[in-house]
Design a protein around this ligand. Sequence first.
Ligand SMILES: Nc1nc2c(ncn2[C@@H]2O[C@H](COP(=O)(O)OP(=O)(O)OP(=O)(O)O)[C@@H](O)[C@H]2O)c(=O)[nH]1
Length: 344
Amino acid sequence: MTLLNKIPCTIVTGFLGAGKTTLVRHAIEHNDGRRLAIIVNEFGDVGFDGSLLAECGIPGCDADAVVELPNGCICCTVADDFVPALNRLLDRPEPPEHILIETSGLALPKPLVQAFNWPAIRSRVTVDGVVAVVDGPAVASGAFADDPEALAAQRAADASVDHENPLEEVFEDQLLCADLVVMNKSDLLDEGERARVRAEVEAHLPRAVKLVETAHGALDPRVLLGLNAAAEDDLASRPSHHETEEDHDHDDFESVALPVTAAGSPEDLAARVAKAAEVAGVLRIKGFCAVADKPMRLVVQGVGRRVAHHYDRPWRPGEHRDGTLVVIGLTGFDKDAVAAALKG
Ligand SMILES: Nc1nc2c(ncn2[C@@H]2O[C@H](COP(=O)(O)OP(=O)(O)OP(=O)(O)O)[C@@H](O)[C@H]2O)c(=O)[nH]1
């Protein structure tokens, strides 16, 4: 049972590029003055999402309220990183009223939920809800299943099914743990695709879990926060492909940070990123870059073959303007080919 004095924490999970940061940002923006803190975990230690959130410029969102946990996977570094970070937030003179935890797209949520039972934090916090953000177009294109139709027919919530596709396993673990599923990027789907994605996601859910559709993570914080799930008390109904922390590693995935010299134009860089994204096994490309003669920093984001870019802020005086892109992919992806594509 949730004690009144426990601070609620929402765990935002979801595959690489599904829209977790976008959802968290929307929640900060529409938060009605509640004191929020954000913990951001990333695979690939460039601190991209943390930087986007800490520098969001939203009134009332204090950069100190954003804690970055880089270096891989929050579910594997619970003791060293997560619990101390959480305790530091709770020990502040004005502790947050609600904490949002954005996990890396490759993290499994269940070990993190289990961590809420650690004696050091158990009496202080509770998991208000696990929210799984789903990349609608990625599901529609069959990214998480070798044969989506056969798969949908095959299963309901059989967590023992063997998978050859590591993407699918991570995706499923995230759904199996969820209290709320957010089917994002609905703006990129037609009605038929939306129904298909909905059916496929529902086929993976082990319990009656609410599914909402969003575009650009625009979900009312009254829906997102306050689910009151106390998920740490309810682990049995959240099956996982990896029932122990030891069982879980990320050998299936790797990341590399590549320097990029200033681009002639955003379009030129986006074309190079799109080319790099075509290299087999590449899943996600993101980072900051310079554009010749522009005083602004360019944010570049590739999910699959879709590349988005925008200027987020002016370069600071004296700031090093060389860009870096983080590329995350299946282990063994051809980094030389990616580097060559990015060079143009
Ligand atoms: N068209 C469209 N684009 C979206 C939507 N939501 C997010 N995006 C874009 O998708 C890209 C990834 O969004 P993020 O919010 O960074 O995704 P993420 O899940 O935090 O990504 P990782 O942290 O790398 O796993 C960005 O370019 C977003 O602008 C949406 O609903 N529709």
